[in-house]
Design a protein around this ligand. Structure first.
Ligand SMILES: [Zn+2]
Ligand SMILES: [Zn+2]
Length: 217
């Protein structure tokens, strides 16, 4: 069973998730947003070892804590990202354009892809490729826990912006319909910003992609 520790960090209040199979102590950070030392210290306090950094996408506010986490670990964590976001990663996730500087940490060497299984101790998670907010955006579904880590794909009553470089509204809508709304309705959606929601709630009432959204928008 996964244990999930959420953090809200950084200049745009990004959700980072420290997750672990507590029986083995093997941990991953999904989107090490900012202030890596805070995440690292919490893992140490719990006796967990961060072995993986998994990125939903490469925007700077989701990877800004990676360098500080890696600085405190030996061996280094393995970093996983979809290859379509590598170009964005090399640009520090767009940080300079927003007036920030980040230490992006170790280079991603694990390529995420749709349908890929990730393992953390005894838990299995599934990668779903969901472009639209960025070209390489992915979400990570943990079926055993009924939880999906959604990055900036979908939020409580909202969706990820598509006006940044590489964004595409039609792709985003398709990604939500085919990769999120196909999950069980009770699945908890843990997004990159803001409070959690569920598949059923957003399917019904999300103003952009829910049942009552304007189909001609
Ligand atoms: Zn983003
Ligand atoms: Zn974000």
């Amino acid at each position: 069973m996964l244990e999930i520790v959420p953090f809200v960090l950084g200049p745009v209040q990004t959700n980072a998730y420290l997750i672990a199979d507590a029986s083995t102590g093997e941990a991953a950070v999904i989107d090490p947003a900012w202030d890596g030392a805070v995440i690292l210290n919490e893992a140490k306090r719990r006796g967990w070892r961060i072995a993986h950094l998994w990125y939903t996408h490469a925007h700077f506010d989701h990877i800004g804590g990676a360098g500080a986490i890696a600085d405190g670990l030996n061996p280094l964590p393995m970093v996983a990202l979809h290859p379509a976001d590598h170009a964005l990663w090399r640009l520090e996730g767009g940080a300079p354009a927003f007036g920030f500087k980040i230490d992006p940490g170790p280079e991603p060497t694990i390529d995420l892809h749709d349908g890929q299984k990730l393992h953390l101790g005894g838990a299995e998670l599934e990668v779903r490729f969901t472009p639209g907010h960025t070209p390489g955006h992915c979400i990570i579904y943990a079926p055993g826990s009924g939880v999906c880590f959604c990055g900036d794909l979908i939020f409580l009553a909202g969706v990820g912006r598509t006006d940044l470089p590489g964004g595409n509204w039609e792709q985003l809508r398709q990604s939500i319909r085919t990769r999120v709304f196909t999950l069980p309705e009770s699945t908890r959606l843990l997004s990159g910003h803001g409070p959690e929601t569920t598949v059923g709630r957003e399917k019904k009432s999300n103003p952009f992609v829910g049942e009552d959204a304007d189909p001609f928008e």
